[in-house]
Design a protein around this ligand. Structure first.
Ligand code: HEM
Length: 405
């Protein structure tokens, strides 16, 4: 089993892409015993699965894992966690999902995002101004981590004192997702953090019902389409998803992209010399080093994926990062080309569940990369080899760099 031998090895963590390519060529829908699921790697198959909610469902994509791996007694202890992942945006299929998304379009309008642009710029300027005079930056700590945390804080209208608390909750809640087979002790810790966060959000929602403000919670409370509204549980579930989905993803993408710009000095220079390339550059960063490697679905009917029979109830992992390097879709897929067009990558998913925060992530990326490159003549790595964290997201644990001015 190609994948099962690789999983957990240092070589896989450091550079999974040669393994992905081999899977695509030799066994594009491989059964993993370690992960207990099918692993799909070719672009067309991954996109088709994401698109087809009738055959590949989001129902039970998280709770099904709990049911497969835990005893009845353990499940009883994990009831709040199981309950949380039984409803809401990421756990349902159309038409329930369509209904929630329609209401959320009222909230995530381009104007909501555009309003944040000046604040994103001001925040990046402040962070870089504090660090660059010394000519050094630890990218993760100084920029890639605080930027999305700050943006989420702005979105939710959080007081500054709450920001570290939210960041800590978010890190704890995703702990159980780090491996495709959940660990019971990690689930218990995630559950406690989730309960704390939900209690905090519940109070904030009650507050916004009384005194609406200029933030997404107030917009979710007020959202209405043809008399339909989001329930309290839907607002809670979506808020948790935004808090989790909008934070570590962007941190990892920004840090990995800066690493790749350093590894490809000619592309770094190209973008510095021609800032108008920023839009295609951000898309190429998403394709080449998007952080979200593994998406997940439950097979809803006996069917065939890329020539392989899969059975109702099976789990499938859709390797977005492998699909984004599939030579059948992308010419010269391992070259990092900031002007690449077309670039129909799957880094934000595809189909009904495509990322709700994609515009916001693009905004953060383009402001951060443009400002960083404009503020120095050259970026270089400082220190030894990069240590890669690779749970359900992939990115460098730390990235100390030198910024020559
Ligand atoms: C680089 C940054 C990001 C990446 C790579 C990313 C990736 C993804 C992916 C792959 C999905 C689809 C999951 C699936 O098919 O099951 C998704 C969904 C989602 N993302 Fe993002 N995301 C990013 C940033 C954000 C931000 C900034 C927000 C919000 C502020 C956000 C909120 C969401 C939500 C709410 C969903 C669920 C959509 C649904 O199920 O309908 N994401 N994201």
């Amino acid at each position: 089993m190609l994948l099962d031998h690789a999983i957990g090895s240092p070589a896989f963590r450091e550079d999974p892409f040669p393994f992905y390519r081999e899977l695509q060529e030799r066994d594009p829908v491989q059964r993993s015993q370690v992960w207990n699921c099918w692993v799909v790697t070719r672009y067309d198959a991954v996109r088709d699965c994401l698109q087809d909610a009738k055959r590949f469902s989001n129902l039970g994509r998280v709770t099904g894992l709990f049911h497969r791996h835990f005893s009845a007694e353990q499940l009883a202890t994990l009831r709040p966690l199981v309950e949380h992942y039984s409803h809401g945006l990421i756990n349902v299929d159309p038409p329930d999902h369509t209904r929630i998304r329609r209401l959320l379009h009222e909230v995530f309008r381009p104007s909501t995002i555009a309003r944040l642009a000046d604040r994103v710029r001001a925040f990046v300027d402040r962070r870089l101004a504090a660090r660059l005079p010394a000519g050094r930056l630890e990218v993760v700590h100084d920029l890639a981590h605080p930027l999305p945390v700050q943006v989420i804080a702005e979105l939710f209208g959080l007081a500054q004192v709450d920001v570290p608390r939210f960041a800590a909750w978010s890190a704890s809640i995703v702990e159980f997702m780090q491996t495709p087979q959940p660990d019971y002790a990690a689930c218990l810790r995630s559950q406690q953090a989730l309960l704390d966060l939900r209690a905090h959000l519940r109070a904030a929602i009650a507050d916004r019902r009384q005194k609406p403000r200029d933030d997404v919670l107030s917009l979710m409370v007020a959202a209405s389409v043809d008399g339909d509204r989001l329930t309290e549980e839907e607002i809670l579930g979506t808020s948790v998803t935004i808090l989790l989905g909008g934070h570590e993803t962007t941190t990892r993408l920004l840090a990995t992209s800066i690493y790749e710009l350093i590894r490809h000095p000619e592309q770094q220079e190209r973008l510095r010399a021609d800032p108008a390339l920023i839009d295609t550059a951000v898309e190429e960063c998403l394709r080449y080093c998007g952080p979200f490697h593994r998406d997940q679905r439950v097979v809803a009917v006996d069917t065939v994926v890329d020539g392989r029979a899969v059975a109702r109830g099976d789990f499938i992992l859709l390797l977005l990062a492998a699909a984004n390097r599939d030579p059948r879709q992308f010419p010269d897929p391992d070259s990092f080309d900031l002007g690449r067009r077309p670039n129909r990558h799957l880094a934000f998913g595809f189909g009904p569940h495509i990322c709700l925060g994609a515009h916001l992530a693009r905004l953060e990326m383009s402001v951060a990369l443009r400002t960083l490159l404009a503020s120095c003549r050259r970026l270089r790595l400082e220190g030894g080899p990069v240590h890669w964290e690779f749970g359900f997201l992939r990115g460098p644990a730390q990235l100390p760099i030198v910024c020559d001015r």
